[in-house]
Design a protein around this ligand. Sequence first.
Ligand code: ADP
Length: 339
Amino acid sequence: MAETSNARKRILSGMQPTGTGALHIGNLEGALRNWVRMQDEYEMYCCIVDWHALTTRYTESGEIWEACLQVAADYLAAGIDPKKAPVFVQSQVKEHAELHLLLSMITPLGWLERIPSFKEKRDIMVEKGEGDESISYGLMGYPCLQAADILLYRAHAVPVGKDQAAHLEISREIARRFNRLYGDVFPEPQSHISETTAVVPGLDGRKMSKSYGNAIYMADSADEVKQKVMNAFTTPTKLRKSDPGIPESCVVCQLRRVYDPEGYLTSWDEDRAGERGCVQSKRELVDILNAALEPIRLKRQEILADRAELERILADGADRARETAENTMRLVRSAMGFK
Ligand code: ADP
């Protein structure tokens, strides 16, 4: 199944519509920018994996569609061109469910039990006092659904953040097991880790994440960005302008590195030398960030102002994704002996 040209390689990209669905600048810099670069080189599918959101939010199923629209708006505003890369919602391509069911039959329980993210999610839900009843069969089967998402497109690679390379291993194991049992249907998906992507720190110094409440969102207004940056974590021992800063552990300096790759070093030197205060650094960062985010913000507002058009783009994306998915399912059914 060796492919020689990147143009023919297939990539499956996806994100979950968590919470309100709005994506943050960690998602933008760590994932979306990379997808935008890849859409010309590869045959790429951009999925919004809404069924995954049910693994922890089954009581809020009615809110998930709106969250999907927000994710779609962020994808498009970041520069994904739906003509090049179909943008679609997982639940609109039912083949994801069929392949998930078939793969679930050949996935040993032990593989799922040892996944660290399952243990983490279980611990978080127990901590929140949600009890054993909230730990569903679907939550445990999450990696199997993810494997189905990827294998359904017979993807060669999946772009993952540096933090997530291990997540793909179980998809590869499931692909190998299927191929061994029924014949060679699936390429083993590789992690596509871009060397240029940064891990973006959140306002409190931890990794930026929806679940930590430390994020700047692509949808945030200029004022919200300002408020968040002015309250961000800097060098704790730098109380006055003349105190030396430690840019390596200062969120404001780290964000500047991401958004001002040409100019950040001068500001870091001044910070270290006690020649600039944190307030100056924060003000400058607000301007730099808002200049970078403004065009994205305007584009996402424009996209969300016409929901019917956005839903049409998603329906068209689903049609194109389904065509590829249906081809895979024919191979799968035939390999397993189903008509
Ligand atoms: P979150 O932690 O906010 O829930 P996800 O885990 O859903 O984000 O990640 C979606 C994508 O965004 C992944 O490709 C992930 O690697 C990337 N990503 C998430 N947070 C960051 C970050 N702080 N810096 C860089 N990339 C990130």
